[in-house]
Write a protein that binds this ligand. Structure first.
Ligand code: ZN
Length: 111
């Protein structure tokens, strides 16, 4: 299985286990080089495009690091759950999702 496909499977796994399957699968889930939000480099991105398609991207440098990849994936899934259209990136709803994931054990084997 290629790495992007594995990422998609992980998304499905976490969606089932921690989000009651309510997150809509992004149109694209992939590892990409040189991810940026504005001028800042970042480890992961969840994007909504003007045509309403979505993408979840994770920095290619993390490709061999399973735990880091999972940690960044959960971070981006919390963004999707909190609503990508909000203007403030790490808003209260996003933080509440991270707290919930932590309490429910999503990070137990990751941190
Ligand atoms: Zn973020």
């Amino acid at each position: 299985m290629n790495k992007d496909k594995k990422l998609k499977k992980l998304f499905e796994f976490y969606n089932r286990r921690y989000f009651s399957n309510r997150l809509v699968m992004p149109h694209e889930i992939s590892f990409k080089s040189d991810l940026r939000s504005g001028k800042h480099k970042c480890a992961g991105l969840a994007i909504i495009f003007p045509d309403n398609t979505t993408a979840l991207r994770i920095d290619k440098k993390l490709i061999e690091f399973n735990k880091l990849t999972r940690t960044v994936l959960l971070h981006e899934m919390a963004h999707i759950s909190a609503g990508l259209e909000s203007d403030e990136e790490h808003n209260f709803r996003w933080g509440a999702e991270i707290d919930r994931l932590y309490r429910e054990g999503a990070y137990d084997e990751l941190l």
